[in-house]
Design a protein around this ligand. Sequence first.
Ligand SMILES: [Zn+2]
Ligand SMILES: [Zn+2]
Length: 334
Amino acid sequence: MQAWVVDHPGPVDGAHHPLVRVEKPIPEPGPGQVRVRVRACGVCRTDLHLAEGDLEPRRPRVTPGHEVVGVVDRLGPGSTRWQEGDRIGVPWLAHTCGVCRFCISGRENLCVTPRFTGWDDDGGYAAFTVVDEDYAYALPDVFDDVEAAPLLCAGIIGYRALLRADLPEGGRLGIYGFGGSAHLTAQVALARGARVHVMTRSEEAQQLALELGAASAGGADVAPPEPLDSAILFAPVGPLVPPALAALDRGGTLAVAGIYLSDIPALHYQEHLFEERTLRSVTANTRRDGEAFLAEAARIGISVSAVPYPMDRADMALEDLRNDRVNGAAVLVS
Ligand SMILES: [Zn+2]
Ligand SMILES: [Zn+2]
């Protein structure tokens, strides 16, 4: 089969491309796994961090992609959860140990020996992939393949970031950066009655934010028009942490949604943290977060701004993501 692999991680800048297309054998599902024929795979910023080497590769020549929508085409030994022909989603969280102190206390996102799709295990930038059956999701019928793909990481991680941001009922939420994840998270917050302010440098993204119902949209480091109860930093830009903390009201919380962030400049205690402001990270998600998000997304009829690319142009999709040329979420289509 055709698959993309991260060859030598480095800048995605046209001259050198770390993502290369190769021919690989079609994978066989192991015990408790199923094989999926890929129909669509979202392009997540994490894939870009992996390709560029911001994230250490866990395995040479891994196939990225952890927002996979496909159809079960073979069951591994002992697999019973899915049938051949089922449409399922393959997410970032590929496996947890089930026995560590985090797994047994409902915090499997913090498992000490997890595996992740497209980092430890080959992902969905390929014609086929395999998944542990217990980590796949059923997908609501209201979403077609291209719409469903970004829900699987951008949507789920954004949902967890919203939980971590402790947004109160009817509260004021600031969103820094407005791409694939943020535009989904904003809709969940709005449906829950929040007032949402979006800070992003892209004028197209500002326009999308206003169309979706944001109360305001302005530049990346422009102060929102009112103090915030909660904020989420989606842009992987450490220098935005101080202005986002300064924009919080007393007692407010800033959650950093990404797996990678450039360095945070020195903070000023009085201005950024005092008065019980809280700065939190977000690490992966539990399967319960995923189930809850997909159900809520279907119920509120979340609208997905997806930009489809042919599977054989994954290199171009990553380049466009890197250069802020994707309004919404890029999705590879087989
Ligand atoms: Zn564990
Ligand atoms: Zn992701």
